[in-house]
Design a protein around this ligand. Structure first.
Ligand code: CTP
Length: 419
């Protein structure tokens, strides 16, 4: 796991050196971010020697790497120990005045705070209020231990023992890690995956829209398969006719309605993603104008005319931007729902689409009015672009017949092999 260990300025910082050693011995990569005042208690040299990683405290070091955002974005877990009263207050306020608080704002990983301070400071209503707000936001704030403090006084406020902190952190580690059946390394472990699923709705007026028959089942199965493969998944969800799963540490869900909203969400999400899977059924067209008021029947009985305009091709645009800038997901997977016709075989249409979209993999669904949409059984063909065909290690197109979960696992496996 990639762990960020934030250290704020309290004497208990010396005990956290031991915590760092424990985490390193377990094989975790740990980036230590001390605050300026923490360095008065334990210096950079100690943190660097034990973590084996560079240590910075301000937002103006390593600016080229956008370190103030990157460390938080890449972390699987952020722990702050000791968390002083001042650090709790700054975190609660959403300040970003040093590398540690910026990282806390930029991360979507679970955050554990381990307070240490004098009993009076811990019991002060301001601190109690800060702790309760942080907890309400999902931060796991540990209770300090009761015992001897810095001076001769004692009471609650002491930093818990490093082993106890380590045990608390393990509650946020991958839950399958201790399961003997999960000993094989997970194929998407540490990977960031963006999946779009469901249909889009294109507004016609305040009460009507153009939509499609996508149930979202295939996309949700993909999200489930990617989470099971160890990925951190950002699921961008349009309209679905099944209950979406609950969010977890490994699964974040963002809801969108129109193709335009989907485009904005995808572009923001892919910045630090390794894999993008575009399973959403995106409307190719939208009404050229959206009525401000409900469109009414006319007195003379004339039929309304709806003019449509093209939506951007999100998949093709993301591929093009990645290829132009060299940043973005390493692997991009598109979907194609094809019926084929008398002159065109669906596989040929899919090959053509793979070529046109420029993605690495394209998943073909053969569709008809009662095939695929809303059903659990499916047949897919996974096609690979010539560029990556060899590294896939299996023949393409790979055909998978079975449930949408089985199909999803095959797609996730293929993408993982390319990564
Ligand atoms: N897609 C997209 N943006 C669009 C339309 C589609 O990103 N505006 C994505 C879909 O999520 C899917 C892939 O492109 O991964 C294929 O979509 P499809 O609608 O089947 O293909 P089209 O480009 O619309 O081609 P055609 O109209 O010829 O079927």
């Amino acid at each position: 796991m990639r762990i960020v260990l934030g250290v704020s300025g309290g004497i208990a910082a010396y005990k956290v050196v031991h915590l760092l050693r424990l985490l390193r011995e377990e094989g975790h990569q740990v980036d230590v971010i001390p605050t300026e005042s923490a360095l008065r208690f334990v210096g950079s040299a100690t943190w660097e020697a034990i973590s084996g990683r560079p240590v910075t405290t301000g937002v103006f070091s390593h600016v080229d790497e956008v370190r103030h955002v990157r460390l938080g974005q890449q972390a699987d877990l952020v722990v702050v120990a000791p968390a002083t009263a001042d650090l709790l207050a700054r975190a609660r306020a959403g300040r970003a005045d040093d590398l540690l608080t910026s990282t806390l704002l930029a991360t979507e990983a679970p955050v554990v705070m381990v307070p240490a301070m004098h009993t009076e400071m811990w019991r002060h209503p301001a601190t109690a209020d800060n702790v309760s707000v942080l907890r309400s936001r999902g931060v796991d704030v540990m209770e300090p231990a009761d015992g001897r403090l810095t001076g001769s006084d004692s009471g609650p406020g002491r930093l818990p023992e490093p082993m106890d902190i380590r045990d608390r952190l393990s509650g946020h580690f991958d839950p399958g890690a201790d399961d003997v059946e999960c000993e094989e390394p997970q194929p998407l472990s540490g990977r960031r995956v963006v999946i779009t699923a469901g249909g889009t709705r294109e507004a016609l007026d305040p009460v009507r829209y153009l939509g499609n028959r996508s149930s979202g089942r295939q996309g949700l199965a993909l999200a489930e398969a990617a989470v099971a493969a160890g990925a951190r998944v950002h699921l961008i969800l349009g309209t679905v006719d099944v209950e979406p799963p609950a969010e977890t540490d490994g699964l974040r869900i963002e809801h969108i309605e129109s193709a335009a909203e989907l485009k904005t969400a995808v572009e923001a999400a892919v910045v630090d993603a390794d894999l993008l899977v575009m399973a959403a059924a995106v409307a190719d067209f939208r009404p050229a104008s959206i009525g401000e008021a409900k469109i009414k029947k006319t007195a003379d009985g004339t039929d309304p005319v709806i003019t449509l305009t093209r939506n951007p091709d999100i998949l093709a645009e993301v591929v093009a931007a990645r290829d132009r800038t060299g940043t973005g997901p390493t692997v991009i997977v598109g979907f194609a729902a094809e019926t084929g016709d008398a002159d065109h075989d669906p596989l040929d249409l899919a090959r053509e689409k793979l070529d046109r979209k420029g993605c690495e993999l394209l998943v073909l669904n053969r569709v008809g009015t009662d095939l695929v949409f809303g059903r659990d059984e499916t047949e897919i063909h996974i096609l690979a672009s010539p560029r990556v065909r060899e590294s896939l290690g299996t023949e393409t197109p790979q055909t998978v017949t079975g449930s949408k979960s089985e199909a999803a696992r095959a797609v996730v496996d293929a993408a993982a092999r390319l990564l």
